[in-house]
Write a protein that binds this ligand. Structure first.
Ligand SMILES: [Zn+2]
Length: 195
């Protein structure tokens, strides 16, 4: 299934009982962005289509391999945080999951992709996939209602290790979690164990 057909099917559904297996996480992220605006709005659909056509490989698809990520990182001079949020290379990773994946991989969000060793790239790949999978698994009960603006992933906070924990002790080393603004988004990280 192409991204476009997946989007069109998604738009035709009255509501989601749960993200179907065939629906790439990138589609959920792009079509139902932070405000979860109703897909019935034509402007929203057009904007969604534009964004979808620029999407890179979905982070939960078989195409997202260690080799793929390593190759993209090796050509990037962008800080890791911005690299992960840029949906044109790897799609489906939002602000929360980029913070979480970098914490699990013990990588400083300010480092450039090019500076990572192959082993570090492999750790980051593993962290991204496991964080996204855990997020989906944790939050399917009760079933998500993506068109409800008040709906939120109930229980998500239980799996978060670094996001929105500024000043609280790192769950790995005990040092206080730091936060700074990058491109209007908050980045949470541990400067002691993320290198
Ligand atoms: Zn730490």
């Amino acid at each position: 299934m192409t991204k476009l057909s997946a989007l069109l099917i998604a738009l035709s559904l009255p509501s989601f009982a749960a993200p179907p297996d065939w629906l790439p996480s990138a589609v959920i992220y792009e079509v139902f962005p932070r405000d979860f605006s109703p897909a019935g709005d034509l402007n929203g659909v057009t904007a969604g289509l534009d964004r979808l056509q620029r999407l890179g490989v979905d982070a939960l698809s078989p195409e997202f391999t260690t080799e793929f990520l390593g190759a993209k990182l090796s050509g990037s001079r962008t800080p890791l945080k911005q690299f992960l949020l840029n949906q044109t290379r790897v799609a489906g990773i939002g602000n929360i999951y980029s913070c979480e994946a970098l914490w699990h991989a013990k990588l400083d969000p300010r480092r450039h992709g090019k500076s990572l060793s192959w082993k570090e790239a492999a750790k980051l790949h593993k962290a991204i996939v496991s964080v996204l999978r855990r997020a989906l698994e944790c939050c399917l009960h009760p079933a998500p209602v993506f068109r409800d603006p008040n709906w939120w992933f109930q229980g998500l906070e239980q799996i978060l290790r670094v996001y929105q924990r500024e000043g609280l002790p790192c769950k790995r080393c005990g040092q206080p979690i730091k936060r700074w603004e990058q491109g209007g988004r908050s980045t949470y990280f541990c400067s002691h164990c993320q290198k």
